[in-house]
Design a protein. Structure first.
Length: 92
């Protein structure tokens, strides 16, 4: 009988430890701090003509404001960063 009680307590503690560890991993507690100052504003990069292109379906997004550097995914694949020459406004 004492063996079953000790076994139940050990099993409870193991399950509780794993549960708390899983909740902390999901919540983001203990992650690295962002090196940018908290008041950093996104930079306006409209004139650089930078695009994010999905090679699977051809979807393109023009980058107009640059904040954190993270390439998004589209169609399950990472989008490719493409810089094109600026369009000449005198041609219109």
């Amino acid at each position: 009988m004492a063996f079953q009680i000790v076994g139940a307590v050990v099993l409870f503690l193991l399950i509780a430890f794993l549960g708390i560890t899983a909740v902390r991993a999901v919540s983001g507690v203990g992650r690295a701090v962002d090196p940018r100052p908290p008041d950093a504003e996104p930079e306006d990069v409209t004139d650089l003509d930078v695009f994010l292109v999905c090679r699977e379906c051809g979807t393109e997004f023009q980058v107009t404001r640059l904040g954190e550097v993270q390439v998004p995914r589209h169609c399950g694949e990472r989008m490719e960063v493409v810089r094109r020459p600026a369009a000449d406004p005198t041609l219109n």
